[in-house]
Each structure stands twice: as structure tokens, then as C-alpha cells.
Design a protein around this ligand. Structure first.
Ligand SMILES: Nc1ncnc2c1ncn2[C@@H]1O[C@H](COP(=O)(O)OP(=O)(O)OP(=O)(O)O)[C@@H](O)[C@H]1O
Ligand SMILES: [Mg+2]
Length: 257
């Protein structure tokens, strides 16, 4: 049995009296501790699949199970990080990170201790008392990463978490999340439409194609833990993924599938 098992799963929506299939017949097994990227162009059903895995939505065919239990609703064992950070503007960084701990009824002092540990881990020790609006986007996303990790989840679902950030900040956060995923030994399911990001982060890349969203292949990234975006090996893997999408790296057209 795998940790996460997606079996012949499909999701169909009713859109203006017509049935619309967001993803179809997806079978996928994920092991504990893996860093998985779901990669594909806009509209191929990445978020819908992620939401179904996280229990925010149900599949209409097939099944999704985590740890042998069919996913029917969100669980406190898993957290989701979105692109727009989802921070509460009226709460300080510290209080935002404590949010999930309050829901878990952790006593006040313990809460503060855990929150501080994770705020330190994401490099925001000097910003505990400030409010989210006083922080740059990358720092806000760090707060939401700290908040997610503070509840010690078994799985972290991330939906294009760095999509709104500039390239440099994005690279820094990619390094942070890699380091954290190794230190904290989390299973991470990370949605992106950025091929380089997937090659930099993932143990395995789940490649999805649109209309309807289908699994094209699962690609095991043949690179070690410390990846260099400029190395020949890295570029070779990146080009291979571009080819799987039938496009060249210098192609300006989004995706031709
Ligand atoms: N609640 C819903 N009701 C109807 N249709 C939906 C719903 N949610 C998603 N869809 C449709 O399903 C398709 C897949 O959407 P989804 O958001 O999963 O794609 P995505 O791969 O995450 O795209 P993006 O990269 O733009 O975020 C889209 O065509 C979308 O319009
Ligand atoms: Mg999406």
C-alpha cells in the first residue's frame, strides 16, 4: 500500500448545464516523504486534483486514499498553502503562525514556543510582532509556510505557492522549502506550471496534459539532492520535460500539446 493512492480518479463539473471534465482517469501512487510536483499548463486540472487529494472536493469517479483511508473531507493531518498566502491581516506574524495551534487547543505557552521555532526556521525571527501588510510577498509566504508546518502535518499541499513572487525571491523560497522538506521529512505535493521549478524541486514530476486533464507520465528526476540550475545535467532534464510537452525551451508559445 502506498501512502497516497489515487485510483482511476476523475472529476466532472456541471458548467452551464454541460458536463465538464477537469481531470480523467488518473492513477498515481505517492510514498511518504516524497516531493512530488504536479506540472501542467493552465486549466489541466492541477488545482482540482490537489483539492481532491486535500479533501476540499470529492472525485466523481475512482478514489483517493491517504494512509489507507478514503479522502472525504479535509483533515488536520494535512495542510494546504496557496498562492495568495491566506494570512489574517489583523494578526501579527506570531499570531498567524499560532492559528492552527489554537484550533488544536494547544496551551498558550506551548503555542508560542512552537510558533517561534517555525518562525525561526523560515528566517523571520525579527518579524514576529509585525503584521502581514508590513512584509514583502516572499516574507508573507514564509509566514504561511511557518503556519502550515507548526501543526506538524504529515502532508503539505502547495498550490503554486511561489507564483506571485519575483524570480530571485522565488529561488530563495525554493531552497528554503527543499531544506525544510528534508529536515522535517514531510511529504510535499506541489503544483506548478513552471518546468524549471519542478525539475529543481521534485523527486518525481507528475506531468498532466489538458482537455481534459490527463496524466501523461510520471517522471523520476535523475538528479541528486543538491541541484544546480546551470549544470548540464539539470538543463538536459529540463529539456527532456520541455520535449514531453512538445516544445523547445526557447519557444515563446505557452504550451503546444
Ligand atoms: N468548481 C468548479 N466548477 C466548475 N468548473 C471548475 C471548477 N473548478 C475548476 N473548474 C474547471 O476545471 C478546469 C481545471 O481547473 P484547475 O483550476 O484545476 O486547473 P489548473 O491546472 O489548476 O489551472 P491553473 O494553472 O490556471 O491554476 C478549468 O477549466 C476550470 O474552469
Ligand atoms: Mg490551479
Amino acid at each position: 500500500m502506498s501512502f497516497i493512492e489515487v485510483k482511476e480518479a476523475s472529476k466532472t463539473f456541471l458548467q452551464k448545464d454541460k458536463l465538464f471534465t477537469a481531470f480523467e482517469d488518473i492513477t498515481l501512487n505517492i510514498e511518504k516523504g516524497e516531493f512530488i510536483c504536479l506540472l501542467g499548463p493552465s486549466g489541466c486540472g492541477k488545482s482540482t486534483l490537489l483539492n481532491a487529494m486535500a479533501g476540499f472536493d470529492l472525485v466523481t469517479k475512482g478514489s483517493i486514499a491517504i494512509d489507507g483511508q478514503e479522502v472525504k473531507a479535509p483533515s488536520t493531518k494535512y495542510v494546504t498553502i496557496f498562492q495568495n498566502y491566506g494570512l489574517l491581516p489583523w494578526r501579527s506574524v506570531q499570531k498567524n503562525v499560532e492559528l492552527g495551534l489554537e484550533q488544536k487547543k494547544i496551551p498558550k505557552e506551548k503555542r508560542a514556543e512552537i510558533a517561534e521555532k517555525y518562525i525561526d526556521l523560515v528566517g523571520l525571527s525579527n518579524f514576529k510582532k509585525v503584521h502581514p501588510r508590513q512584509l514583502f510577498g516572499g516574507m508573507q509566504q514564509r509566514v504561511s509556510i511557518a503556519r502550515a508546518l507548526a501543526v506538524d502535518p504529515e502532508i503539505v499541499f502547495m498550490d503554486e505557492p511561489f507564483g506571485a513572487l519575483d524570480a530571485i525571491t522565488r529561488m530563495k523560497l525554493q531552497d528554503d522549502i527543499l531544506k525544510i522538506s528534508r529536515e522535517e521529512k514531510k511529504t510535499i505535493i506541489f503544483v506548478t506550471h513552471d518546468i524549471e521549478e519542478a525539475v529543481y524541486l521534485a523527486d518525481r514530476i507528475v506531468i498532466l496534459t489538458p482537455n481534459p486533464g490527463k496524466l501523461k507520465c510520471v517522471y523520476e528526476v535523475p538528479l541528486g539532492q543538491h541541484r544546480d540550475r546551470t549544470s548540464g545535467d539539470f538543463l538536459q532534464v529540463r529539456d527532456k520535460i520541455f520535449q514531453l510537452f512538445n516544445m523547445k525551451p526557447d519557444n515563446k508559445i505557452e504550451y503546444i500539446i
